[in-house]
Design a binder for this molecule. Structure first.
Ligand SMILES: *[C@@H]1O[C@H](CO)[C@@H](O)[C@H](O)[C@H]1NC(C)=O
Ligand SMILES: *[C@@H]1O[C@H](CO)[C@@H](O)[C@H](O)[C@H]1NC(C)=O
Length: 339
């Protein structure tokens, strides 16, 4: 009896041990995968340390680099590129990117990219999305960094404006399609008005952002969309200021735009691809924007007189806090605010 009893005990202890051993083995295999999924940079730590401390060899000697944390749509990404470039130049670094989604739109071939070097290096994120944060320039001199979210202020790249314009040079095929559209519009317009001079036409790009911005989430966060009155007022301003104005209207809510804005001098974009509208609006001589970074960039690249909606964020909202008190970090000097 005694022996039997002992036997049973030893058997069950051995069984438990075996189960425990199996569990430990499973854990030993699974835990690294779980950690890897949750913190992708941890197992890379040794290589990560090396990456963050190793400068790049360039023709101007060894330089540390910063990478933009690329996120969001075309307008967001353009700000991240431009601001990172500006910060890099101001701090004697170079900009490096992981991959270049914007390369389909612009000739960014000269922007250095590496699929691995931006990985697992420290991140520095601005406290403002749409204002200038001077602290973003305080980066320890001997470390590579990722920076971002969202760096939407021209003040980061103001000094290098010409470089930025060169960086955002459209691909020729996109440029050709925009020029073709404008030429067709000019021919239609002059036909309507019988024999005016097509090369004397002033093209005004109008971007009406609605669509996604009508979403309750955006509204709650603080986005304010201008009504049709603002756009009518802005168009009248342009008609008074320039001769033979023709409006090229693009929107992510065409039905609303077409029912609110029509006339002999208003032409609608027929594009469904946002990058084609970007080129089209940027090819116009002057700009009317509503809200959003996409419209901001069409106006910046067009480089003419720009009218913008003065109050894009509800007072007291979380979005309002992302801008400087007078919005001047966001809207480009010389642009004209209207409401
Ligand atoms: C057409 O307008 C352009 C630009 O204003 C001007 O340079 C050109 O001389 C005009 N051509 C004619 C035929 O009037
Ligand atoms: C206006 O834009 C058109 C189309 O890009 C361009 O051909 C023309 O030279 C521009 N006019 C002026 C006065 O800049």
């Amino acid at each position: 009896m005694k022996q039997h009893f002992i036997h049973v005990v030893t058997f069950s202890v051995a069984g438990k041990k075996r189960i425990k051993a199996k569990l430990m083995l499973t854990a030993a295999v699974a835990i690294p995968f779980i950690i890897l999924a949750l913190f992708p940079c941890i197992p890379d730590n040794l290589r990560g340390v090396k990456t963050r401390l190793t400068p790049l060899k360039t023709s101007a000697g060894e330089k540390f680099y910063i990478c933009p944390i690329l996120t969001g749509g075309i307008g967001n990404q353009m700000f991240l590129y431009a601001s990172t470039y500006g910060i890099a130049r101001s701090t004697n670094r170079i900009m490096l990117i992981e991959s270049s989604a914007l390369n389909n739109v612009f000739h960014l071939d000269h922007v250095q990219s590496s699929p691995t070097l931006c990985h697992c290096i420290p991140k520095k994120v601005s406290i403002y999305d749409c204002a200038y944060d001077e602290d973003m320039l305080n980066i320890p001199a001997d470390i590579n960094y990722q920076i971002g979210e969202y760096l939407q202020s021209y003040k980061y790249f103001y000094k290098y404006e010409q470089d930025i314009k060169r960086m955002f040079r459209f691909r020729q095929s996109l440029k050709d399609s925009a020029n073709q559209f404008l030429t067709d519009v000019a021919i239609h317009y002059t036909a309507k008005l019988t024999a005016t001079n097509t090369s004397a036409i002033t093209f005004i790009g109008v971007h009406v952002r609605r669509g996604d911005m009508l979403d309750g989430h955006y509204k709650k966060y603080g986005y304010v969309l201008p009504g049709q009155d603002y756009v009518h007022k802005a168009m009248d301003f342009m008609r008074r200021k320039f001769q033979q104005t023709v409006f090229i209207l693009a929107s992510n809510d065409m039905p609303w735009s077409q029912s609110n804005f029509h006339g002999n001098d208003i032409f609608y974009s027929s594009n469904t691809d946002p990058k084609l509208d970007l080129v089209l609006l940027a090819s116009c001589n002057h700009s009317i924007t509503t809200v959003g970074t996409y419209g901001w960039w069409t106006a910046f690249l067009a480089g003419g007189t720009t009218l913008y909606y003065k109050y894009p964020a509800r007072e007291g909202s979380p979005l309002r806090k992302q801008f400087s008190s007078d919005y001047s970090d966001f809207f480009y000097p010389g642009w004209i605010g209207m409401d």
